[in-house]
Design a binder for this molecule. Structure first.
Ligand SMILES: N[C@@H](CCC(=O)N[C@@H](CS)C(=O)NCC(=O)O)C(=O)O
Length: 225
């Protein structure tokens, strides 16, 4: 039994949990995973009792290492980067690492239109729709990030041929673009396909589909089917 445990939410929906999961996988460390059903009283208000017992934020993912509890996917990623320095979760080169961190932080704190209008649901596929200006702007920014970063630093992934923290953080975006059938450039699509055929993602996706049950909490019944 490993001394590292990751607590995650409902796998079909929880995009933040995906980030945490992929980073732990990419760290190469052995870990346990505990699923918390977010379909409970308090969901959407960060007041689910089972989550609050672990983190004052009321949010997953949460990483437990020995006596330490770490909340927030970015803090989890940074902690794992320190715990597994040889996994190269960020690029080795100082300048590339700075850009990788900037892109990770951009994902972590931005893209609110995309998040709000494209609720994460890896099971769902819907027809392409007309997006509002803000969403279109963010889709374009994502395309530019995918294309330019790979041109400047990349291989298969954004910074080489191995996935790292920044790739983990953009994987739920690739999943959203697929769910909502968003038209993007060929270069951007190629990177999305790389992310969505990566074995650790496929393992998550398979377990998510196998463990799926309808999500009733919140007002999003039609989205969370
Ligand atoms: N910034 C946080 C956000 C985490 C977050 O919003 N998690 C959602 C699940 S995807 C959650 O736990 N929501 C509980 C709720 O809304 O009550 C992170 O990076 O971990």
């Amino acid at each position: 039994m490993s001394d590292l445990t990751l607590y995650v939410g409902n796998r079909v929906y929880s995009s933040w949990s995906i980030r945490g999961y992929l980073v732990v996988k990419y760290s190469g460390l052995d870990f346990n995973i505990i699923d918390i059903d977010l379909d409970q009283v308090g969901y959407g208000k960060r007041q689910i009792r089972d989550v609050l017992e672990l983190s004052p934020t009321g949010c997953v993912p949460i990483l437990q290492h020995k006596g330490l509890l770490i909340w927030d996917s970015l803090a989890i990623a940074e902690y794992l980067n320190e715990l597994a320095p040889n996994a190269n979760l960020y690029p080795k080169d100082k300048n590339a690492r700075a850009i990788a961190r900037a892109l990770t932080c951009e994902m972590h704190s931005g893209f609110s239109a995309l998040r709000n209008n494209m609720a994460h649901n890896l099971k769902r596929r819907v027809k392409e729709q007309d997006w509002d200006t803000d969403t279109r702007f963010e889709i374009k920014r994502v395309e530019d990030i995918f294309t330019q970063t790979r041109a400047d630093f990349g291989g298969k992934f954004l910074f080489g041929d191995k996935p790292g923290i920044v790739d983990a953080f953009y994987t739920p975006i690739a999943s959203r673009l697929r769910t909502y059938n968003v038209t993007i450039s060929d270069a951007a699509r190629e990177y999305c396909e790389t992310l969505l055929s990566q074995p650790d993602w496929l393992e998550w996706e398979k377990s998510a589909l196998e463990g799926w049950k309808p999500f009733n909490a919140g007002p999003w019944d039609t989205i969370y089917e």
